[in-house]
Design a protein around this ligand. Structure first.
Ligand code: MG
Length: 203
């Protein structure tokens, strides 16, 4: 499986990062070794001094597809979850300055914790879906899909023009504002609506 991630997909996050609003979706990838499941702890890597949390809704692809029509994209995922796109912000800033790829800052081991996936049918309106992240029990990020710059369907169609999507692939759909650092000893808990779907410690 592969992990595809959309960047710069919420306007207020782009403002906090001083990024421009993209004209088309921005994406990057994480390898399967980035995946962290079942509430396993995240071990703070020694190559960074500034690991940031980015809470994101995650789509699980349910059938293979290439050149997917936007109108049919909703048929390519049945389950939705929440994950953290951990980012070594110090390394990413250096990569951005030099115009280099971001993998070192985004694709490292354990950089993609994901929680339990639930049927999308559990939610009445996927275009008005709230999610949030608590850090040590205090809310640090809140998002809602009504603020997405590129919708789930647009993302799926766009990605599939370049890369074949396969059953089991994950798509991180972008983070809202409020990203910030984590440290050893922190506990993170992420929710869709009021459902707690992901909880783990930083060690
Ligand atoms: Mg992100």
């Amino acid at each position: 499986m592969k992990i595809l991630c959309i960047g710069q997909n919420y306007a207020k996050h782009n403002s906090e990062m001083k990024s421009e609003t993209p004209a088309e979706p921005v994406f990057f990838m994480k390898p399967d070794t980035a995946l962290l499941t079942e509430g396993k702890p995240f071990y703070y890597p020694d190559f960074s001094k500034e690991i940031h949390h980015e809470v994101e809704l995650v789509l699980k692809i349910s059938k293979n597809g290439k050149h997917i029509d936007p109108d049919l994209a909703k048929n390519y995922y049945e389950e939705i979850g929440v994950g953290i796109d951990f980012t070594a912000r110090d390394l990413q800033s250096r990569c951005k300055e030099k115009g280099l790829p971001w993998e070192k800052a985004k694709a490292f081991d354990g950089s993609a914790p994901v929680g339990k996936f639930v049927s999308k049918k559990e939610f009445s309106d996927l275009t008005n879906l709230s999610f949030q992240l608590k850090l040590n029990n205090a809310i640090v990020q809140k998002g809602n899909t009504k603020d997405l710059l590129f919708s789930f369907d647009t993302i799926i169609a766009y990605l599939s023009t370049f890369i074949t999507l396969r059953t089991g692939d994950l798509i991180f759909t972008g983070t809202p504002e409020g990203v910030g650092p984590v440290k050893i000893g922190d506990q993170l808990e992420a929710f869709i609506e009021n459902k707690s779907l992901l909880r783990f410690d930083v060690k």
